[in-house]
Ligand binder design. Sequence first.
Ligand code: B12
Length: 305
Amino acid sequence: MAGEDEGLSAGAVARRLGIAVTTLRTWHQRYGLGPSGHDPGHHRRYDADALARLETMRRLTTQGVPAAEAARVARSAGAAGIAQLAEDRPPVRDGGGHTVAVGRAGAQARGLARAAMRLDALTVRHLVQESVAEHGVVDAWQDLLVPVLVGIGTRHAATQRLVDVEHLVSRCVSEVFGGIRRPAPGSPVPVLLACADEEQHSLPLEAMAAALAERGVAARLLGARVPPRALLDAVRRTGPSVVLVWSHQADTADLATVTAVLELPRRPTVVAAAGPGWPDELPTGVLRPRTLQEALALVDTADPR
Ligand code: B12
C-alpha cells in the first residue's frame, strides 16, 4: 500500500480498524498500544507491527475479551505469532477458570468459550445475541453454540466440574432464543416440542422453536422433563401437525411414549424423536431428524405454508 513504509497516521489506522480515534488514543495511553518507534519532533506513525497489535486488540475486544487482557495478548505477540497466541495463551484468571477446546469453530467460539469459563454472563449473552442477529438462529446454533456446548460438556466429563458454566451458558442462550419475536397471538401453532420425561437438556428444542419463529412458524415449547401423561394431554388438546420429543441420554428415551403419541385418535402428521439419547431402531412411523435443519424440513413437509 502506498505510504505504508513511513507508517500510517492515527486517523488512517482508526479508519482501517473501524474504531474512533479517541479509542485509539485510549488504547495507547491506557494499554501501551501505540506506534512502535518514537521519532522526536515528528508525528508518530503506526508501522506494520503496531497495526498488527491493534488489529489483535480490536478483534479480541469485539469477541468480548476484556480490554486489559486483550492488550496483554496484543502487546506480547509479533505480527506472525498473534493469531496463534490468541488461541494458545494461558488460561484466563479473572473469573477463575480455564478455557475449553472448541475444535475448528473459530475465533467467535473461542471468545464465547472464554467468556463462559469466566462466568461472564453479560458477554456470553451479548455474543450469542450478536451471532443470532448476524447469522440467524440455525447458523448461530450450529457454528457457534454447538461447538462451545460440546467443548464444555467434554471438559465436564473429564473433570466432573463446570456444571455452573453449563447452567450459566444455558440460561443466556435460553434468554436470547426466548427473545426472538414470535408470531402474533391467535396465529396457528402447528408444532409441539417437548423433552422426554426427566430430560433436562432443553436447549436444542429452544433452538428449534427460535428457528421456527424466525420463519414465522409458531411452536408450543413444553421444555424440560415432560411426563408422558402431560405430553399426551397436550397433544390431545392442541392437535399439532408435528410433535418432536427430545432425549439427550439413553435413560430418558422412552419409546412407549412416542408410540402412544402415534396411537392417539388424531394422530399428528409427523411424530419425531430427536437427540442422541434415542436408539437407532425406532417404532415404525416415528421419524428421526439428525440435525436442526432436518427437523425444520420435517415441519415444512407436515405444514407447508
Ligand atoms: C447444557 C448442558 C446441561 C444443562 C442443560 C440446560 C438446558 N436447558 O438444556 C444442565 C446443566 C441442566 C445439564 C444437566 C445435566 N447434564 Co448436561 N450437558 C449440557 C451440555 C454442555 C450441552 C447440551 C446441549 O444443548 N447439547 C446440544 C448439542 C450441543 O449437542 P448434540 O445433541 O450432541 O448435537 C448434535 C445433534 O443432536 C444435532 N442437533 C443439535 N441440535 C439439534 C436440534 C434438533 C432439533 C435436532 C433434530 C438435532 C440437533 O447436531 C449436533 C451435532 O451432531 C452437554 C454437552 C453435549 N455434548 O451436548 C452436557 C451433557 C449432555 N450433560 C450430561 C450430563 C451427564 C448431565 C447430568 C446428568 C449431570 C450434569 N452434568 O449435571 C445433568 C442432568 C441431565 C438430565 N437428567 O437431563 C452428559 C450426558 C452424558 C450422556 N450421554 O449420558 C453431557 C454429554 C456432558 C458430558 N460429556 O458428560 N446439562
